[in-house]
Design a protein around this ligand. Structure first.
Ligand SMILES: Nc1ncnc2c1ncn2[C@@H]1O[C@H](COP(=O)(O)OP(=O)(O)O)[C@@H](O)[C@H]1O
Ligand SMILES: [Mg+2]
Ligand SMILES: [Zn+2]
Length: 590
């Protein structure tokens, strides 16, 4: 490909509204252009990288025995009503109405395809003989992001690989899940991503039923909790905390006299702390929850957050949710914002996080409008019914496996594997005839990869002051041939010959045939981040040599024109498979 024959609108300035590196660099390098907030067109270079990611994903999916199909982007809203997901998705679901022969047909732009695939399977699969089967597609998903930000990391339309597996029993689901997990590791490794599989909240099946694949990155929207010693890693919704927290403070610690103070307009912990000049870890937050419609008071330290999944499991409830205003005033006798553990309605169960147990002289809501108690103490002023781990982990909490203090990192979720169980197959009546002639509900797993996020996630974690640094695996072109003087006939002859020879060997080459200063061409080459630049200068040509330079390396090397094509092709082919040079350059930078 000649540079002048394609469309590469590079930019010098940071585009307006772009804040994070991947967003800025992908726009500046001419890979993408914004159509509206949250929606981007892939320009030729961006599309080439996307296609590389698609190819890797597809190859590895096929290798697991999964079979590809292609579902519709539009789907009747009625399917989503059968699974109650019109409500669950809320404004994220993009809906419209199609005029059809005088009638109005409500449809949605699919945000995912569990409904459509399960409906399809319920129509075509009826016997154990047809199971297990894994079906996948690579397709655009639509999710209205109210405040789309972060460029390609979170958009309203994005490319996803979504796979769904169907089984007659859990053992079969477990086997496919493990194969998918391994395939995901191979995919992200082949892409050159520095990824981390983490335990995620698993929902109905419980146990080890969900993992997310994360790329640690300062601009990631998710948080992962990691133990650097034993490699335990989980997202914050799931992360467990080791041990059972502090014991009660010894008897000789002074318990001061409880007092009620006026604290007008202090509805939040922040406001209370400011008003009373106290640190949040001296305050106890009291939250009234409804666990399957029974009110429960949950106490956590002011600097902690309740983890509703942990609470749900502890209470063995189907649903837990924050109580409504009416329930709160019934239980506390006060308006929202002033709940406390002293004097709650009789029979209200009090659950406290382990960390509350070691506290003395606490600040708590007084169950009275605009009032708080100070110097509240256990036993003397209230009793806790049960202590448990009911909060989100925070930095330096102990690891559940080895008690080492854990760290919290920001991360980008690129993939998610999930044992769904029968949630969708039950709702959509996908059943099979088992060996014993009985009808049973099909068991299901689902496996998603944000293919466009692979590309953005790579850029977000691989760049320097000059621009993007692509691994060969995802680069829009693997080699950029850069003749310094395009008006020099010999330079162009050598450049074109090398271009043709490399192309014939299956290498992705671009030839920068623009009549521009060398400085401009090198800047663009570094900004876009082609892994290998071949410079053809008149000086080198006098000695029959061309110069090669890897994007991530400061050094260059001279090759004689005679073996240039062979040497370059070999280097690219091996780097394509191993990514060794790229990975090594990253680990030296860290
Ligand atoms: N708005 C988005 N923009 C780009 N990629 C996304 C977006 N939402 C999800 N993805 C990608 O699709 C994968 C599977 O989606 P899913 O797990 O259903 O998403 P979520 O965790 O956001 O609910 C995610 O791991 C992520 O890589
Ligand atoms: Mg997810
Ligand atoms: Zn550990």
């Amino acid at each position: 490909m000649k540079w002048s024959r394609t469309l590469i609108p590079t930019m010098k300035e940071t585009p307006e509204g772009a804040e994070i590196p991947s967003h800025i660099l992908m726009l500046r390098a001419g890979l993408l252009t914004q159509v509206m907030a949250g929606a981007y067109t892939y320009l030729p270079l961006g599309l080439r990288s996307l296609h590389k990611a698609i190819n890797i994903v597809r190859t590895e999916m096929n290798a697991t025995g999964a079979v590809e199909l292609f579902m519709t982007a539009l789907c009747p809203t009625s399917l989503y009503e059968q699974t109650n997901r019109v409500e669950a998705f809320g404004d994220v679901l993009i809906k419209t109405v199609l005029p059809r022969a005088g009638k109005k047909v409500p449809v949605v732009f699919c945000p995912t395809h569990e409904e459509e695939i399960t409906d399809l399977v319920s129509r075509f699969v009826s016997s154990y003989r047809q199971l297990p089967i894994t079906l996948y597609q690579i397709q655009t998903k639509f999710r209205n992001e109210e405040r789309p930000k972060f460029g390609l990391l979170r958009t309203s339309e994005f490319l996803m690989k979504d796979a769904y597996s169907f089984h007659t029993n859990i053992e079969s689901l477990n086997q496919t899940y493990d194969e998918m997990y391994k395939a995901y590791c191979r995919i992200f490794q082949r892409c050159g991503l520095d990824y981390l599989p983490v335990e995620a909240e698993s929902g109905p099946i419980g146990g080890d039923a969900s993992h997310e694949f994360m790329i640690p990155s300062v601009n990631g929207e998710d948080n992962v909790v990691c133990c650097d010693k034993c490699r335990y890693a989980a997202n914050t919704e799931k992360a467990e905390i080791g041990g059972t927290g502090p014991q009660e403070a010894p008897d000789d610690v002074v318990r001061k006299e409880k007092a009620m103070l006026d604290t007008p307009e202090t509805h939040t912990i922040e406001q209370v702390c400011k008003f009373l000049k106290a640190k949040p870890n001296k305050v106890v937050k009291t939250l009234i929850y409804l666990a399957d419609s029974h009110p429960v008071a949950v106490l956590v330290r002011g600097d902690h957050d309740v983890n509703e999944n942990k609470l749900r499991r502890l209470l063995k409830a189907e649903h837990v949710e924050l109580a409504d205003e009416a329930t709160i005033s019934k239980v506390t006798g006060a308006p929202v914002g002033f709940a406390g553990p002293v004097g709650l309605a009789q029979g209200t169960k009090i659950v406290a996080d382990y960390s509350v147990r070691g506290m003395v002289n606490m600040i708590v809501g007084a169950n009275e409008a605009d009032k708080h108690f100070v110097n509240v103490n256990l036993h003397r002023d209230f009793e806790v019914d049960e202590y448990a781990d009911v909060r989100n982990a925070v930095a330096s909490d102990p690891c559940p496996h080895c008690m080492t203090s854990m760290t919290i990192r920001n991360a980008i979720e690129v993939g998610h594997v999930f044992k769904l169980g029968t949630k969708y197959t039950q709702a959509l009546n996908a059943r099979f005839l088992d060996t014993d002639e009985s009808q049973k509900t099909i068991i299901m797993g689902c496996y998603g990869i944000g293919v466009s996020r692979i590309v953005a996630g790579m850029v977000e974690t691989s760049y320097d002051d000059h621009g993007i640094i692509w691994p060969v695996a995802l680069a829009p072109y693997e080699v950029n041939i850069c003749p310094i003087k395009v008006t020099d006939e010999q330079s162009m002859q050598v450049a074109e010959k090398l271009h043709d020879e490399l192309t014939a060997r299956g290498i992705d080459v671009i030839l920068d045939d623009r009549d521009q200063r060398a400085g401009v061409k090198f800047k663009d080459s570094d900004l876009i981040g082609f892994p290998l630049r071949v410079t053809i200068g008149t000086k080198g040509l006098e000695e029959n040599k061309v110069e090669i330079k890897w994007r991530w390396s400061a050094d260059s090397e001279m090759l004689s024109i005679g073996d240039a094509a062979e040497t370059i092709a070999k280097a690219i082919e091996s780097e394509r498979v191993s990514g060794e040079r790229f990975t090594a350059s990253r680990s030296t930078k860290k």
